[in-house]
Design a protein around this ligand. Structure first.
Ligand SMILES: NC(=O)c1ccc[n+]([C@@H]2O[C@H](COP(=O)([O-])OP(=O)(O)OC[C@H]3O[C@@H](n4cnc5c(N)ncnc54)[C@H](O)[C@@H]3O)[C@@H](O)[C@H]2O)c1
Length: 447
């Protein structure tokens, strides 16, 4: 039976390498579609949790289906590649692609994984790389390692790059509802990749002419986000100075039905993807003799946002004749985005370092993050949102968790010192309600 037929009738067995934010939802989507899935992860804790049906990522789709699929024997996990790879028909690589200490791409996880797959390239397999990287990675890095097995890409195995676009925690756009781009090494690879994703997704599959175009697609998407966030961050600073409400201007611009896509300013850029992916392309560009000036300029703007915020807050405290060094500042939100516990590259980490440098007395609160260590200090989340505010001079909202929009302003004010400041970096709360309750209101992009 051909692999195409096995995909069509769901008898193809799927091996997913790396059961993190990307790999676990993909394992669930594949099993939901009817495939038998074995996930491999070096982290034995994750392997155990999967085998017990316990979901450790904030993904409503995984939460809903994982335990049923594990109980039904459709998904199992192992820490040993040799228990999964030999019998797999489809192998999907979802390992990390971080930056190293010098902010260059760390491709070691991809290299190691390719070497391990090469040891098990016995029967014809479809190998798909989902980890984010720059154009050329699949053809110039992965392919030669796989071919060291003596097998030839395009003949003895199919090779595809298909970027992951998941926005975990997003209940509106779960993995299966996001269109998927597929670029294979040859026509057969692309055809098999497209057939596989068509089987597991509700959204459409977009085939492109090769892996490099698919890799370039992912780079474009995340450079677009990074540069546009920098644009609104820089313009936010300008309009704060000009005394013009820039958030209102963005909302108004967003009514234009074409040619504009709203991005909102904030305390910086966080997460595992947007702040690091553009630097994969910067690296590749440098190798090709190009300097990606827009990305570098965006980095400068995005990186300065936490310092800008702390300066503005300190100035406001001084205007109230309060010494920043003696002031208590409460930080609401440690995660980099709403309704998740993920603090990777969160702007709150930079804020905490700057708060310490300024000498603020700091209390943190995040319903998803019980404690955090940064810059040699540990911070424990207060027992409740309101308790965090006792005796505070300023409240900084750094993450747009929905819960932060709920309490009455008067309840917040009642817990705080006289003449308190609300610094809303996410524009969750309205100026009027804050000022009516007696707060000095500061917000990113607002005077
Ligand atoms: N998190 C996101 O929202 C997102 C979105 C799109 C793309 N991506 C990209 O997808 C890739 C994976 O990201 P993630 O967020 O899932 O990372 P993650 O850190 O959550 O998960 C990766 C997993 O791979 C495992 N691993 C590492 N080496 C391994 C090996 N040799 N064999 C088996 N398992 C191994 C790790 O233990 C970890 O559990 C990255 O390239 C990332 O840039 C992530």
């Amino acid at each position: 039976m051909t692999l195409e037929q096995k995909i069509a009738d769901r008898t193809a067995s799927v091996c997913i390498i790396g059961l993190g934010y990307v790999g676990l939802p993909l394992a669930v989507a594949s099993a939901e579609a009817g495939f038998s899935v074995v996930g491999v992860d070096l982290d034995k804790g994750k392997v155990d949790m999967v085998n017990k049906g316990v979901c450790y990522v904030e993904d409503p789709y995984v939460k809903e289906h994982l335990s049923t699929l594990v109980s039904a024997g459709k998904i199992r996990a192992t820490a040993k590649h040799s228990e999964a790879l030999p019998s797999a028909d489809v192998v999907i690589v979802c390992v990390p692609t971080p930056l190293d200490a010098r902010e260059n791409p760390d491709l070691s996880y991809l290299r190691t994984t390719a070497r391990i797959i090469a040891q098990h390239l016995t029967d014809y397999k479809l190998i798909i790389v989902e980890s984010t990287s720059f154009p050329g990675t699949t053809e110039e890095l992965i392919r030669p390692i796989l071919e060291r097995s003596g097998k030839k890409a395009g003949e003895d195995f199919a090779l595809v790059y298909s970027p992951e676009r998941i926005d975990y925690g997003n209940s509106q756009f779960g993995m299966t509802k996001i269109p998927k781009v597929v670029g294979g090494l040859n026509t057969e690879s692309t055809k098999l990749g497209a057939a596989f994703y068509s089987a597991i997704l509700l959204a459409r599959v977009v085939s492109v002419s090769g892996p490099s175009v698919a890799e370039a697609t992912k780079m474009l998407e995340n450079v677009f986000r990074y540069v546009n966030i920098a644009l609104v961050n820089e313009l936010a600073e300008l309009h704060e100075e000009l005394g013009v409400d820039f958030i209102e201007a963005i909302d108004a611009a967003a009514t234009k039905p074409f040619g504009f896509m709203a991005h909102y300013p904030g305390p910086g850029v966080g997460g595992h993807c947007i702040p690091k992916d553009p630097f994969y392309l910067v690296y590749k560009a440098k190798k090709a003799g190009f300097n990606l000036r827009l990305v570098q300029a965006s980095k400068a703007v995005n990186k300065e946002m936490p310092a800008h915020l702390v300066e503005r807050l300190s100035k406001s405290l001084r205007e109230k004749k309060k010494t920043p060094r003696k002031s208590k500042v409460v930080l609401w939100g440690l995660a980099y985005k709403d309704e998740v516990k993920d603090t990777r590259r969160s702007p709150s980490l930079d804020l905490l370092k700057l708060f310490k440098k300024t000498g603020f007395k700091v209390q943190v609160y995040d319903p998803y993050v019980p404690k955090i260590s940064v810059g040699g200090s540990s911070y424990e989340s207060a027992s409740s949102m309101l308790d965090s505010l006792d005796g505070a001079d300023a409240l900084v909202i750094a993450t747009n968790h929905k819960i932060f929009a709920k309490p009455e302003m008067s309840e917040l004010k009642a817990r705080m010192n006289t003449d308190p400041i609300l610094f809303d970096t996410r524009n969750l709360r309205a100026r009027k309600e804050a000022e009516d309750a007696g707060f000095t209101y500061l917000a990113t992009g607002r005077p």
